[in-house]
Ligand binder design. Sequence first.
Ligand code: AVJ
Length: 328
Amino acid sequence: MRDGLRRSPKQLPPWLFYDEAGSLLFEAITTLPEYYLTRMERELLSMHAGGMIAQAAEGHRLRLVELGAGSADKTRTLLAAALAHQGEVEYLPVDVSASALEVACRRIEAELPGVTTRPVVADYTQGWSLPPSDGRTDGQPGGETDKYATVRELLLWIGSSIGNFEPEAAEALLRRINAAMQPGYGLLLGVDLAPCAGGKCVGELLAAYDDEAGVTARFNMNLLVRLNRELGADFDVDRFAHWAEWNARASRIEMHLESLCEQRVHIPGQGEDGLTVHFAAGERMHTENSYKYTLEGASALMARAGFPVVERWTDHGEWFAVMLGRKL
Ligand code: AVJ
C-alpha cells in the first residue's frame, strides 16, 4: 500500500477490496441489474453444464478444481452435471478465504450428495499443491466397478476473474498451471467480452461498474474505510468519489478514487514508516483494472498458455463467454 501511494499515478491493488464488508458488497454487485456478468455466466453454465462436462471428460472420470471459488454459487450446476456423468465427484475449491471455503463446502455437501469437497486454502497466484485424487493417484482405475479408466482434472476459472490480471500475467499464470497438468486436462474459463458492433455498447459496460444504486461506488470507497480501520489512516471518505471509465486502447474498465479537493492523508507507521500523502484536487488513485477480451483474443491467450480451445459457449449478443481449452 505504501509503495502504491508513493507512485505517480497512485494505485492500490484490487485484492484489497475484499475484507468482510467488501466481500459482501461484491456479492451485492453480482445481483445488480446493471451487472450482467454473473447473471449471464450463470445462465451459460446452467444451460450447457452437461455439454461442458461431457466435452471435458471425453469418457474419463473428472475431478473439478476451482480457482478463487468464493461461495462457489455458480459451480453447483457443473457439479450436478458431473454427478450425472459419473455418480461421484471430487471438488477442490482453491481460495484465500478459509471461512468462505468452509461455508461453500458445507452447503455443497448438503445439497449435492455424491460430491466430496476438499478445500484448499491458498492464494492461487502464488502456486498451490493439490491432494491426490480420492486416495488413489491420477491415472489409476477407480476400482473394479468404475466404468471410467482414468481421472482427468477440469480446472474452473470462472467469474471473469482473469480480467483483474494484466494479460501477460494471466498468460504466465495459465502457463504455470498448464505445466503442472497432464495431457487431456481441461480449463474452463469465464470471460467478459469487449464491447463491439452488434454486442454490448460502452455505455452498457460502464453501467456495470457505475450502477444507479451506488453499490459499486461503496465497494470502491470501502477501500478507504478499510485503510482507516486497519492501518489507522485518516482518509476523509466524503472527500473522495468513485470513478469508472472505459480505456479502449487497453481494452479495460478502470476504477479510480478521485480526490474532490486538495488534501493530505496521514497513514501512521513505526518510525520512518509513517506516511503523509498529498492529493491534488481531481487527482485519481487507480484501484482496479477489469480487462475485456474479444473471443479471438481470449482463444489466442488460452492457446499460447497451452490450452487450445475445443469449444466455447456465448449468449446471442456475445456479451460473455465460457471457453473450454484442453492441454494437448
Ligand atoms: C471479480 C474481478 C470479476 O472485474 O467485474 C466488480 C470485480 N469490480 N465491480 C469485475 C468488480 C467492480 C469483478 N471481478
